[in-house]
Design a protein around this ligand. Structure first.
Ligand code: GCU
Length: 843
């Protein structure tokens, strides 16, 4: 074949082979629509775009429309600012459209609502893109482009967001680090300053606007004490300038001690008049620099932050001072309900961190200024894999509230595990608290329907970083997309949201859509299965990095995330009858459901009750057998992710295909680390064997410490449950160390897995040889989450490499050579040799 025809052939045969995408475009890829029926349908769309309003947001809306239509339909458009007589898209507010469409200015469109409508004007067709305000024109354009990309036949729609507050919080620090950030350094800050290049900040605002998010708090809730200095405010103003053309308002996390620290007053007592005046002047200074400033987020009296309790004042006394300063400028205060004592007495069986939100805020209901919103984490503890909703939602009936969720996967695998969180958030939003003995689901409380509080909404901690694809795991972006969509309309289903996201992110190929949707939809349940089931908590290292298993870290300290596990049973007794009384904070109908073992749902059992391991669940299984089974089931399902994804080879571009595959392979191995750590730990404590004989019995496993070795020495691993048999081997180097073992497996095909530890301090190299012939080589430089910077062999660093389908015969000799690198001593836990079965992956 001649080179040119060869190229054409290749392009046709392997659609994505030469194609690489970084993920930077996220769901705004504007891929060309290929479906003939859809093309036919969209054929009539006009190629003229008339932008009636003169402001940067409306201009961005028109430019975005042109960009999207060009990408999706190959339509080359012309832009105009007045309407002539032709087919056209016309963008404007009701007032701007009034000359063209008589009666338009009377149209009731909420400020952030929009209308996409096809109308006839004489012989011509107008596509009206009307927004209550210019940001709503932008929302409309993004919605229209999303509908075209997902082949939706119904382009017309009229929509309005469910609530006014739809914000993201970034926990970025001035030095460029991000607290609980897992995708690189800050897009806003570096070396104590706002970055000079804010291109990514503007791109982030565009992404946020595309799903209807209207606010971004750019700095950590553990706010740097210099945040409110004049110098920093000038710098923040530059971020606000980058956000403004996308209709995203900047807000700041502030520390309540600022009047003292920044203002040099002798006090920050909220009731001191000089303090109130300081806040008022500071807010005026901010609004001269940032006229559309959104407001303040406040973390006070929590985890070491300063707060009003220092002066014997309440959260409402503190919040109201800030609120009064912001009120003339239409700013708001989001005062966080996350106030608790992290020095609880673990020996006190009545002590309970879950009670804190309600205990600190419920009695203050009705005392807050109207522009104060209490920002409440969805669960009463802290973003665990399963929690009931916070009872505070039902208690604040005269105060606006926003629900806080976490897109950054602090307790849910730190974007190294795929966990689609929308079903979790939906579970919280759909929980009917039955306040006043009537239907009051959380979503209706935060959107103001239940108690007529007009200012609430939705906040998510997101923590995107400089990684090209924003959140590191290509699949994690579904959570940011879904957050925006849910905040806009909490009645959307998880299925609708993922279906939109997958199509926008990977295209409309039915096989791709079906595979990705299924993978994502089950992933929360799967992660729960192999981490902390039955509401016990995530079971991670809670005083460390919150990533891998670290079960006992939750016990016997002041943080109050206790499992209360002993030889007989586990779980926190939060009943009114015998426990901490937490359940009594719920309205009576729901409290009754949780209080009784007969009606308490299994998935919250150990959150609400302390029970024996032999207690029978509603499924008929005992608690202990459920723990074993769910861990084995969850890890087995996680192991299907990579082969299911591999079935999409050639249907997804190379780069995202490869990145995702690598992460799925890693997740499969780490899910086993979780499975083994949790199962062995409960077996050890309870002494009750697994009815299926798996826990503690690993017939295909060869412990490294039991293999003949040259150079390796045995070491204890802490906590013990994070290594098989509690031990591993390390090579002190500098020469390589060797493990050699004679195999006696029947002839056949086997997967050979090596469980090792991947530390941050260096890069070891491993070689696997069969009868002295090399069969695999790898370097221990996997992308662990940035928080995992310890140099320990533990549940965070335990990692698995698998050499697939190796042909073995009895008497073969297997050799593992470990070469240390830097501070990493080529550690090995065990080798596991599993026969290859011809099972097809689960759908
Ligand atoms: C969690 C998290 C902290 C964070 C805190 C908060 O405890 O681990 O890093 O500061 O939540 O939400 O304020």
């Amino acid at each position: 074949m001649r080179p040119r025809s060869l190229l054409l052939f290749l392009a046709w045969a392997i659609p994505y082979a030469a194609h690489a995408e970084t993920g930077a475009e996220a769901w705004l890829r504007y891929e060309r629509v290929a479906d003939p029926a859809a093309l036919q349908r969209y054929h009539e769309l006009p190629s003229r775009i008339v932008q009636l309003g003169e402001n940067p947001i409306a201009t961005n809306a028109a430019v975005e429309l042109a960009r999207g239509l060009s990408g999706e339909l190959g339509l080359q458009t012309q832009q105009a600012t007045t309407y002539g007589t032709e087919d056209a898209f016309v963008l404007g507010t009701p007032a701007e459209l009034t000359n063209l469409l008589p009666g338009e200015s009377q149209r009731q469109l909420p400020p952030e609502g929009f209308r996409i409508a096809r109308e006839r004007m004489g012989k011509h067709t107008l596509w009206i893109i009307e927004g209550g305000t210019p940001p709503a024109e932008l929302f409309a354009v993004f919605r229209l482009l999303e509908k075209i990309a997902t082949l939706n036949p119904q382009l017309e729609s009229t929509e309005a967001p469910s609530a006014p507050v739809r914000w993201v919080n970034q926990w970025d620090n001035p030095d460029g680090s991000i607290e609980r950030g897992y995708a690189g350094r800050s897009i806003f800050f570096d070396a104590s300053h706002v970055r000079s290049d804010l291109t990514r900040a503007a791109e982030y605002a565009r992404l946020l606007a595309s799903v209807g998010i209207n606010g971004c708090t750019v700095n950590n809730v553990n706010s740097d004490l210099r945040t409110l200095t004049p110098e920093m405010l000038h710098e923040f103003a530059r971020i606000a300038d980058a956000f403004r053309p996308w209709g995203v308002r900047l807000s700041l996390s502030v520390d309540l001690s600022s009047p003292q620290v920044v203002g040099h007053l002798p006090t920050f007592d909220p009731l001191d008049p000089t303090v109130a005046t300081w806040w008022q002047k500071k807010v005026e200074e901010i609004y001269t620099l940032i006229p559309d400033f959104g407001g303040f987020v406040v973390k006070a009296d929590s985890e070491g932050r300063a707060g009003p309790s220092q002066y014997g004042r309440t959260p409402s006394q503190a919040a109201n001072v800030l609120a009064r300063a912001l009120q003339p400028h239409h700013g708001v205060v989001l005062y966080r309900g996350f106030v608790y004592n992290h020095h609880l007495d673990w020996q006190d069986l009545k002590a309970d961190r879950a009670r804190a939100g309600y205990d600190n805020f419920a009695s203050l209901d009705g005392t807050f200024e109207p522009n104060v919103i209490i920002q409440v984490k969805h669960g009463p503890i802290d973003f665990q894999i399963r929690e009931p909703v916070s009872p505070l939602f039902a208690a604040l009936q005269h105060t606006s509230q926003a629900i806080e969720v976490q897109t950054t996967q602090e307790y849910t695998g730190q974007q190294r595990h795929m966990v689609f969180l929308i079903p979790m958030w939906k579970t919280a939003l759909d929980t009917d608290l039955r306040a006043q003995n009537r239907s009051t689901p959380v979503k209706e409380i935060v959107t103001g329907k239940s108690f007529h509080q007009p200012l609430g909404g939705f906040v998510s901690v997101v923590n995107v970083g400089l990684d090209a694809n924003w959140l590191h795991h290509p699949m994690a972006m579904a959570n940011l997309y879904g957050f925006g969509r849910l905040a806009w309309n909490p009645d959307l289903t998880s299925e609708q949201i993922i279906n939109e996201w997958t199509r926008l992110t990977f295209g409309n190929n039915p096989k791709v859509v079906d595979t990705v949707n299924h993978l994502q939809l089950d992933s929360w349940k799967v992660y729960e299965q192999y981490t902390g089931p039955l509401g016990i908590g995530t079971l991670t290292d809670i005083i460390g990095v919150h990533y891998g298993p670290g079960i006992e870290s939750a016990e016997r300290n002041g943080w109050g995330q206790w499992l209360r596990a002993d030889h007989n049973g586990a779980g926190m007794d939060r009943t009114v009858a015998t426990g901490t009384g937490f359940i009594g904070q719920y309205p009576p109908e729901l409290a009754r459901v949780y209080e009784s073992l007969t009606t308490c749902p299994d998935e919250l059992l150990l959150f609400m009750h302390h029970v024996h391991y032999t207690h029978e669940l509603h499924t008929g299984k005992t608690v202990i057998q459920h723990i074993y089974d769910s861990h084995y089931e969850g890890a087995a399902t996680a192991a299907t992710y990579a082969p299911r994804w591999e079935s999409l080879h050639g249907l997804v571009d190379n780069q995202r295909f490869g990145e995702t595959l690598k992460l799925f392979q890693y997740q499969a191995g780490h899910a086993m680390v979780w499975r083994d750590a949790v199962s062995e730990w409960f077996f050890h404590l309870s002494g009750i064997p697994d009815a299926q004989g798996r826990v503690g019995h690993h017939s295909n496993r060869i412990e490294a410490e039991a293999i003949t070795s040259t150079g390796y020495t045995v070491t204890d691993v802490h906590p013990w449950e994070t290594a098989s048999g509690g031990k591993a081997v390390i090579c002190k180097g500098p020469e390589p160390c060797i493990l050699t073992t004679k195999l006696n497996f029947p002839a056949g095909q086997y997967d050979i897995a090596v469980q090792y530890f991947d530390l941050r301090g260096g890069v070891s190299h491993y070689d696997l040889l069969l009868n002295d012939k090399p069969i695999a080589h790898w370097a221990a430089d996997d992308t662990l989450p940035p928080a995992v910077n310890d140099r320990n062999l533990d549940g965070h660093t335990s990692t698995r490499f698998t050499a697939p389908s190796v042909t073995l015969a009895p008497g073969d000799t297997l050799t593992l050579r470990g070469t240390p690198g830097g501070d990493e001593a080529a550690p090995v836990d065990y080798i596991e040799i599993t026969p290859v079965t011809k099972e097809t992956p689960k759908p």
